[in-house]
Design a protein around this ligand. Structure first.
Ligand code: ACO
Length: 441
């Protein structure tokens, strides 16, 4: 039963002769949650919520999502406004510091990003020892944790040092990503340059070589900026929850982000952007038949899902997908490319959105549906797509890690479980005897 008392709502029920009373808490946008902190103390019960579908793990002031209305805001700013008006670096500042930078703050931030853009020369050797076919996400995660071995001053974590750690990570992740690409194609590393802005620098490190300079195209740079903004944060998703969980044990920022990168890699999360383009390629090889793929995705026994479709939170069109679709059209038009994949994507989307299976389940394109086509148009290879996602998501991970660290309500993350294994049993009787174990080699 739901009650209101002294202006505060609570939920009340009785279980096993005990009366249980739990407060209802309200967020700034009116969302409500039952605060179950005292549930076990009052009732002896725990909650069971596979995939944490109904579980809020924290209060957060960073990102607001309304999955029913397709709304996404960072620190109160609609994603549409940020994509239209900002550079990625400004959005990173907004997420980490809570407000958009003033001119002098922007300059100082850029200066820090430039100052910390190189990686220690000894780290270059690490790249040499990975096999050429190594997935860049594995390299990225390993390199990020390696940063903690080179920059131990992190441990003292004063505000000023934390600022340096944050900019160091933001800046170096981009360098590491570009180096891992250069290693995979067997080309020499290109160093970051103070002359270039954040996204220009990344593209230059990726595509410049000792024999050919990379020609910076402002429209390509802008498209990359916008894509990174679209990925910059998204509430308590799988990788962000991982970053927070690892951080909750007291692990440092590098360790927490390295774990987040691993979580992002999976094909149900950030790895979906690679899966989407591979799916488009299969459709093209198969003569462009989108119906076949839709039917396959609807068959539960196929084990196949329409990549880039569906979302835990959005039950309407993902606002990021809408923006990515526009960036995709604009960029391809600017580059004068007619893209077979874009054609497949649009036909697939149109058919799926008219299909009862997708309508009933509220399955719409998510952020990954169009981004791969844009990455490909920029020249980024498929196995680097999820790395691009990681570069974009990094400010969000950092902001969430800092928020978690400052939150006095938080404790080490440690969910419970409902045990469903065997009852207590002993050697002899139904159990194994040591003599049986020894002979059962
Ligand atoms: N294709 C076909 N069916 C789907 C799809 C899909 N892409 N997504 C969900 N469904 C179906 C499920 O089979 C299920 O059907 P049922 O109710 O008949 O059993 C129903 O829709 C609900 O799906 P769940 O798996 O319960 O939804 P959940 O919230 O756990 O999963 C997820 C969300 C993982 C994103 C899912 O939609 C999916 O696998 N999509 C494809 C992978 C993808 O694009 N991932 C990127 C997500 S965005 C991001 O992480 C950046």
């Amino acid at each position: 039963m739901n009650r209101r008392e002294h202006g505060g709502e609570y939920i009340e029920f009785s279980y096993d002769g005990r009366s249980v009373r739990l407060p209802i808490v309200t967020g700034t946008e009116g969302d409500k949650a039952i605060d179950i902190r005292d549930l076990r103390k009052q009732s002896g019960l725990i909650t069971l919520d596979p995939g944490l579908v109904n579980t809020g793990s924290c209060r957060s002031g960073i990102t607001y999502i309304d999955g029913e209305r397709g709304i996404l805001r960072y620190r109160g700013y609609p994603i549409e406004d940020l994509v239209e008006n900002c550079e990625f670096v400004e959005v990173a500042y907004l997420l980490v510091h809570g407000a958009l930078p003033k001119a002098d703050e922007r300059e100082h931030f850029s200066d820090l990003l430039n100052r910390h853009s190189m990686i220690h020369e000894d780290m270059r050797n690490f790249f040499r020892n990975y096999p050429e076919h190594a997935h860049p996400m594995a390299v990225l995660s390993a390199m990020v944790i390696s940063l903690s071995t080179f920059y131990p001053e992190l441990e003292s974590s004063s505000d000023e040092e934390m600022d340096i750690t944050v900019t160091r990570l933001l800046s170096k992740l981009r360098t590491i990503a570009a180096f891992s690409y250069k290693k995979s194609v067997g080309e020499p590393f290109v160093y970051p340059s103070h002359r270039l802005r954040y996204c220009e620098n990344f593209l230059n490190m990726m595509f410049s070589s000792p024999v050919v300079d990379y020609q910076i195209d402002p429209k390509v740079v802008r498209a990359l900026d916008q894509l990174l903004i679209l990925h910059a944060d998204h509430g308590q998703n799988c990788s962000t929850s991982t970053v927070r969980l690892v951080g909750s044990s007291g692990a440092n920022l590098y360790a927490s982000v390295a774990a987040g990168i691993c979580a992002l890699w999976g094909h149900l999360h950030g790895g979906a952007n690679q899966g989407v383009v591979e799916m488009f390629e299969r459709i093209i090889r198969d003569g462009g038949n989108v119906d076949k793929v839709i039917e396959l995705a609807k068959r539960k026994d196929s084990g196949f899902r329409l990549m880039g479709f569906g979302h835990r939170v959005y039950k309407t069109y993902d606002p990021r997908a809408r923006l990515a679709k526009k960036v995709c059209h604009d960029l391809l038009e600017h580059l004068g490319k007619s893209d077979a994949m874009l054609d497949i994507a649009m036909r697939l989307e149109e058919k799926a959105l008219k299909d009862d299976y997708f309508i009933e389940r509220g399955l719409y394109p998510n952020v990954d549906f169009y981004t791969g086509i844009i990455f490909q148009a920029i020249g980024i290879p498929t196995n680097m797509f999820t790395v691009m996602f990681a570069i974009g998501r990094l400010p969000g991970w950092i902001a969430q890690w800092l928020e978690h660290r400052a939150d006095r309500e938080q404790k080490i993350g440690r969910p419970r479980q409902l045990y469903v294994g065997p009852h207590e049993h002993h050697f002899g009787g139904g159990g194994h005897r040591p003599s049986e174990r020894a002979s059962a080699k």
